[in-house]
Design a protein around this ligand. Structure first.
Ligand code: DAH
Length: 338
């Protein structure tokens, strides 16, 4: 026994009792610094080993290592006690707000497309699909589009090197359906279309349309108008009026553009309808006999109407969305609202 061994025993006992009552990680760290830290007791004692007579060195070294290990063990035990205590506290904290699990939901564009298809389904239309990569025949030629029509220009339509294109409209689905089915035909075709537009608040490089086609005997413009009126009321309520304005499309004759009375101001005039009281919704018309000839239908026997609606447009009106790009950025704060 010597002074150093006595001091080691005292220090170990003191450190153990401090560790047992330590109330925080900082308390424990203070113990480590006092005894084992660079300027703590044990390094200082180790420097005094030279004073020890040779025959006591072995015993002193053993006491030194033993004391150091005891203190380290007391520190480890204290840390474990403190962390277990805090885990227990977390586990029973009933005041913490629950964690909401993030549920996915259907994108507003898909929802609007589904809603439109459902309204037309109730009127007897069947929803069909067509390819997004189209050939020029189905997207333009069979739809009676003149060779010099601007929509054929590579400035407006995306061409693949092999001459195929990304469809610029859902109208080619009309052709694909008539090529493979005999009349009567009553379909809608929702889907994505592509155009070389510079994106802004109302234009994107791709957007969605829903195409409609009805072919039977004695189909008239009155049928077209009643279907579009019914659609307007189902979508925006019984007070919505519609109007048809003369227009031109290669695949219909006569052709019209189709407006809703403004669903925001009811027709009085506001910034959404640019004070006109009307909002342009779609193109439509009676199927051109040249289109019937392209698919092998006899235009003397069959007649029909077609229409194409913009889905983003309808979603923006319905939800008062001011900028088309919000629908594509997929910002979760925006999407969560639907
Ligand atoms: N395909 C036309 C467009 O993208 C919209 C359209 C107009 C479709 C008249 C039709 C129609 O079926 O009859 O601008």
């Amino acid at each position: 026994m010597n002074d150093i061994i006595a001091e080691i025993d005292r220090a170990a006992a003191a450190a153990e009792s401090r560790a047992a009552s330590a109330a925080s990680g900082a308390d424990v760290e203070a113990i480590r610094i006092d005894y084992l830290g660079r300027n703590g007791l044990f390094p200082a004692l180790s420097r005094r080993m030279g004073e020890i007579p040779a025959e006591q060195r072995k015993a002193t070294g053993a006491a030194f290592n033993g004391g150091r290990m005891k203190i380290q063990a007391a520190i480890d035990a204290a840390l474990e006690r403190l962390s277990a205590g805090s885990a227990e506290k977390d586990a029973i904290d009933l005041t913490l707000p629950g964690r909401r699990s993030a549920a996915g939901r259907i994108h507003p564009i898909s929802r609007m497309a589904d809603e439109c298809a459902e309204v037309f389904r109730r009127m007897g239309f069947v929803a069909v699909d067509g390819p997004e990569i189209e050939d020029i025949y189905h997207n333009f030629d069979a739809l009676n589009t003149p060779m010099d029509h601007p929509s054929r220009d590579p400035q407006d339509t995306f061409y693949f090197p092999d001459g195929r294109i990304l469809r610029s409209q859902t109208s080619p689905v009309q052709i694909r359906v008539m090529e493979t089915h005999t009349p009567p035909v009553r379909i809608v075709a929702p889907g994505r279309v592509f155009r070389r537009d510079t994106p802004d608040a109302t234009h994107g490089m791709n957007f969605h349309q829903i195409e409609g086609l009805y072919v039977d005997k004695n189909v008239s413009m009155a049928d077209l108008k009643s279907v579009l009126q019914r659609f307007a009321c189902e979508m925006f309520g019984p007070d919505v009026k519609i109007r048809l304005r003369p227009h031109f499309f290669p695949f219909t004759e006569p052709s019209v553009e189709y407006d809703f009375s403004c669903v925001v101001c009811g027709g009085k005039g506001c910034n959404v309808c640019k004070n006109s009281g009307w909002i342009e919704i779609a193109g439509a018309g009676m199927v051109d006999p040249a289109v019937f000839k392209a698919v092998g239908y006899d235009p003397e026997v069959w007649s029909g109407f077609a229409f194409g609606l913009g889905i983003e447009r309808l979603a923006m009106l319905k939800h008062r969305i001011p900028d088309l790009r919000l629908l594509y950025e997929n910002d979760i704060r925006f999407l969560k609202q639907f």
